[in-house]
Design a protein around this ligand. Sequence first.
Ligand SMILES: [Ca+2]
Ligand SMILES: [Ca+2]
Length: 301
Amino acid sequence: MIVWGGIDAFGLTNTGGRYCDQHPIARLTPSRTPRPTPSSIVSSVPTSARTAPPTAAATSTPCTPVLLLIETFDNVSPPQLPPGWIAINAIDPDRVPWTTSNSGGPLPPADSPPNAAFVNDPNAISDKRLQSPSIFLSEGSEAVQITFSNNFNLQAGFDGGVLEISIDGGVTFQDILARGTFISGGYNGMISVCSDNPLAGRQAWTGNSGDFITTTVSLPVVTWGPEMILRWRMVSDSSVFGEGWRIDTLIVSQCQQTPTPTATPSATATATVTPTATPRLTPTPRIAPTPRSRPTPAPRP
Ligand SMILES: [Ca+2]
Ligand SMILES: [Ca+2]
């Protein structure tokens, strides 16, 4: 479909009056997947008792998921962020950063009640970033899995959210797809190359997810260490606002190889030694005693 400025039949808008083909971003359909872990369970279980879901480590190799980070954003009072979390507006038109939130759209406000992390989608160019604490790996090179609940209503095709990763302590970031793949709930569209969104041309979450969906990322080959940082980044163009973006119930786990039990050689049954039959000595035939010859008595005179 061709758009020349203004708002088209889908409510999409061209921001600069440029001649754009909007076909690639029309009618976005968010991928919906069942949530693997009921939020009520995750939020009500003491941290010490929580374990990663059994599907956590996406690998064909049998392993035990080791929990690296779980964050439900529920142990703070909105708008405060949990310790270690940082909100930065790299482009800041409204001084509204990521916060925790327990009300408002996009509904529902949280996956694990009461809070989720939330950022608005203004009708101005913005670049709003939410950065996780350093996440320390437990194993050198085993697969990592990231799962979170994801509820977005961002102007389709013009505003969007991406997940990025840093493996150098937060100095540089790259899109999560540079190191991993989505197992579920991945990017559902592209930011229009015709927009003045700083992420124009990049794949992103955009449009309306309608509810929380579960996004799961697998990082199958971990070549770095000892830590990584994740960053959720909402970037908007210069016009038309959206409700915003909520993320919740984050679980990061790593595959820990289950040692293949070394086959303990079954104790070789000690062969019962069949006693070698000791040959019975053939009894030496008793030699019949040679009858003593009795001296012939001398004839008596
Ligand atoms: Ca929560
Ligand atoms: Ca917009």
